[in-house]
Ligand binder design. Structure first.
Ligand SMILES: [Zn+2]
Length: 200
């Protein structure tokens, strides 16, 4: 069982590193939150590659909406007031929340860029390895075919030479003496006439 499998099947680890918990931790303990964001990549691997940074960016943007509207009303004359905007802006916790929104937006952007680069790097690497392996396999195959061909040739040569060298008993058609000849043709030892091994 791989480490990733143990983490991803462990409910407690999953709960601790779930996005809502990570968002809360990012608020109170930013450094630990960032560690948890990175840990999510080890737990979920490629499956949720872009989910974490996108959620962080969206949450950050939502929290920054009132501040953005404040900037807009200050710089442009909108001609109307946005309801509840001043209430939200005067809410004593809002500056902290806006800072937090800015922080997770930046974390989201950085994580998105890094995960994209990492993903393309990993896929490029695995493509390279795959092509290298297939190249290796095809050379190996070609080598094996070459070796088999060579072996076949050697075997055939051996067969031919062994056929030629095996002595055959041939009865002379003239004097009737049995001669032993290697190869297919020879001479009778007693009458010196040509004899031939006709094979089977
Ligand atoms: Zn003879």
């Amino acid at each position: 069982m791989s480490l990733r499998r143990i983490f991803s099947t462990n409910g407690l680890v999953k709960l601790i590193c779930s996005l809502p918990v990570v968002l809360i931790v990012l608020y109170f303990l930013p450094a630990l939150g960032v560690v948890m964001v990175i840990a999510r990549y080890f737990i979920y691997g490629e499956r949720h590659f872009f989910r974490t940074p996108v959620v962080l960016m969206l949450a950050g943007l939502i929290l920054l909406v009132p501040r953005g509207l404040q900037l807009a009303t200050e710089n442009f004359n909108l001609g109307f007031t946005i309801p509840y905007l001043s209430d939200i802006l005067n809410f004593e916790l809002y500056p902290k929340l806006a800072d937090y929104g800015q922080f997770i937006l930046i974390v989201g952007i950085v994580v998105l860029i890094v995960s994209y680069l990492l993903k393309s790097f990993i896929s490029g690497l695995s493509n390279n390895i795959r092509s290298m392996m297939s190249q290796y396999a095809s050379t190996k195959q070609a080598e094996e075919i070459e070796i088999r061909k060579e072996n076949d040739l050697k075997l055939r040569e051996k067969e031919i030479t062994s056929k030629q060298k095996t002595p055959h008993a041939v009865k002379c058609p003239h004097c009737g003496k049995t001669n032993s000849i290697t190869g297919t043709v020879g001479k009778c030892k007693s009458c010196r006439s040509a004899i031939e091994y006709k094979g089977k």
